[in-house]
Write a protein that binds this ligand. Structure first.
Ligand code: NAP
Length: 254
């Protein structure tokens, strides 16, 4: 797909990886980028301002992706305002930090929240936007995680939600072909508020330095590295049902 003149929707597009994807698509000539958010209204507005300065008709739209009715309203609004959708990036994600052995800490409420956003949120979006994407022969990219491939990450619930998202990616690739391609990226550790907001800059840079020693490319991902992968998958006309790992090769060795 040539991104020039396209309309893209990015869930969780106001911050971190989602904002970098939005900027990447704007730089590729997307005519409009819809920046979805649930709580971070100020960040979404800042992202929209950056996209507008690149000549892209951006808009911030609130919707909690775990709420199917809200996602359907989002899809209806985008279709009414833009008349088309070419790209959907299901980037919205959440977690709860629960050590793996603490099974009692993994309450049903934690499972419901994490699965509700990371898995059901992506499904709600795919279902609501499928008719519009079919018309344009568009593409979906889901933002998963290496935690969906390996037993690692912030909690068991998070890893299971991302593993399920990878399976959803393959299943939707079959279900929505030949018109719509569906792929996923699986980032390793990325320098965003996800970690930095929790542990602070200093501790994060120490964590990153340790991780870098274990990765062949010896570097920590920035949001724009992951945006490169998402953009490449949107543009790759013969690829569907695939997962592209972005972790500098960290997962290759143990
Ligand atoms: N950073 C990493 O190391 C890393 C590694 C692997 C995968 N990932 C994945 O990358 C994605 C983006 O994370 P990030 O690192 O860029 O952190 P981030 O800046 O915190 O991004 C998370 C985004 O998800 C949105 N979101 C959360 N719940 C939502 C909901 N119910 N409805 C709509 N949007 C919602 C947030 O927006 P609001 O604040 O408005 O809710 C936020 O924009 C996530 O899916 C995460 O699992 C991150």
């Amino acid at each position: 797909m040539d991104m020039n003149g396209t309309v893209a929707v990015i869930t969780g597009g106001g911050t971190g990886i989602g904002a970098a994807v939005a900027e990447s698509l704007a730089r590729k000539g997307a005519a409009a980028v819809v920046v979805n958010y649930s709580r971070s209204a100020d960040e979404a507005r800042d992202t929209v301002a950056r996209l507008e300065s690149l000549g892209c008709a951006a808009k911030a739209v609130a919707a909690d992706v775990s709420d199917d009715a809200a996602v359907r309203r989002l899809a209806a609004r985008v279709h009414a305002e833009h008349g088309r959708v070419d790209a959907l990036v299901c980037n919205a994600g959440t977690t709860r930090w629960v050590p793996f052995p603490d099974l009692e800490g993994l309450t049903d409420e934690v499972w419901r929240q994490v699965m509700g956003v990371n898995l059901m949120g992506a499904f709600h979006c795919a279902r609501a936007f499928a008719p519009a994407l079919r018309e344009t022969r568009g593409a979906i990219v889901n933002v998963a995680s290496v935690a969906g491939l390996l037993a690692t990450g912030s909690s068991i619930a998070y890893g299971v939600s991302k593993a399920a998202l990878l399976q959803l990616t393959r299943d939707l690739a079959v279900a929505l072909g030949p018109e719509i391609r569906v792929n996923a990226v699986a980032p390793g550790m990325v320098a965003t508020r996800w970690h930095i907001g929790r542990v602070g800059e200093q501790v994060f840079s120490e964590m990153a330095a340790k991780e870098e020693l274990k990765a062949p490319l010896r570097r920590t991902a920035r949001p724009d590295h992951i945006a490169q992968l998402v953009t490449a998958l949107l543009e790759s006309d013969l690829v569907t049902g695939e997962v592209l790992v972005g972790d500098g090769g960290r997962h290759l060795q143990y």
